[in-house]
Design a protein. Sequence first.
Length: 67
Amino acid sequence: MLSARNQFKAKVKSVKLGAVMAEVVMAVGDIEVVSVITSTSAEGMHLKAGDAVKAVIKATEVMVSKD
């Protein structure tokens, strides 16, 4: 169980593995959420496009900018 309350059912759209980090792109409904995690974690979870996952968002601030 996680203490983070912002948990959303998502589907993995893509996983780009790098030497150290991995970019995981997820679809939460019509919204795209991108997470950067360690490649070791992505490989350990065997993440691939189409996987059902949870996007867990824990942030102290959300910024908005408009030019």
